[in-house]
Write a protein that binds this ligand. Structure first.
Ligand SMILES: Nc1ncnc2c1ncn2[C@@H]1O[C@H](COP(=O)(O)OP(=O)(O)OP(=O)(O)O)[C@@H](O)[C@H]1O
Ligand SMILES: [Mg+2]
Length: 219
């Protein structure tokens, strides 16, 4: 292992430890706020408790992303057989938005890490729902040259050309503040895709919309 890899591993261990440490107190804050909610609060207090819970949930989601990113460097990917189409269809359903899912075959067998695969596609769909025009989500799953491709497409405000290469950088947000987020989703997607021997790319324009493509070997 090179010195740079060693350094990256140490940083990811520290980040992982901090994130793990924050999980328990945050869970206690949420549990206590939920108990308060049961006790007939006046409107001002109820509003504050709701704000506490909403923010704690956001923090918890961000910590989850940080833990997953940190774990990538520590835990080697699994090898298991699964149907990529099943996983993508279930993720599309779980986001509860109108979505067109296109695939020319009934199943797409993969021999890889199902959890990582699912987390990659989940982040891509989450972004398309969050930043895209409502109702514009389109997902395609296809095979080509021994690889499986997943395209996640949305219409809406495109990513600026000068930001396209930066979206993979941890904590980068091209429209910071407009929607909640920590800028960790795509950093995870890029690293996880490379752990699976694959890659991700993005194209974005007003006319064509935004498409994130994840490609990885079938075996
Ligand atoms: N489908 C998309 N359409 C337009 N902009 C996008 C899209 N996906 C990502 N982006 C831009 O890329 C930035 C980085 O995305 P990323 O998923 O890494 O972080 P996030 O969504 O801001 O936060 P997180 O995923 O950690 O909750 C986003 O802030 C957004 O500006
Ligand atoms: Mg995101």
């Amino acid at each position: 292992m090179s010195q740079v890899d060693d350094y990256a591993l140490t940083i990811s261990k520290i980040l992982g430890m901090i994130a793990h440490e924050l999980r328990a107190p945050l869970a206690r804050i949420m549990a206590s706020a939920e108990v308060l909610q049961l006790g007939g609060l006046d409107p001002v207090a109820a509003d504050s408790v709701e704000t506490i819970i909403r923010n704690a949930e956001q923090a918890s989601k961000r910590i989850g992303k940080l833990v997953r990113l940190a774990d990538l460097k520590r835990v080697p990917p699994d090898r298991e057989r699964f149907d990529a189409l099943d996983v993508v269809a279930e993720l599309a359903r779980s986001h509860g938005v109108a979505c067109s899912l296109k695939c020319d075959v009934d199943s797409v067998d993969l021999w890889s890490d199902e959890t990582l695969f699912s987390q990659i596609v989940d982040n891509m769909i989450e972004n398309a729902v969050k930043y895209g025009e409502p109702g514009s989500l389109k997902i395609s799953v296809y095979r080509s040259d021994g690889r499986v491709f997943v395209d996640v497409h949305n219409k809406g405000t495109p990513i600026h050309d000068e930001d396209l290469a930066k979206v993979w950088t941890p904590f980068f947000r091209s429209r910071a503040g407009s929607k909640p987020g920590s800028g960790l989703g795509l950093a995870f997607v890029k690293l996880a895709a490379s752990e699976l021997g694959g890659h991700v790319r993005v194209t974005s324009s007003v006319e064509q919309g935004t498409t994130f493509t994840f490609a990885m070997p079938e075996h």
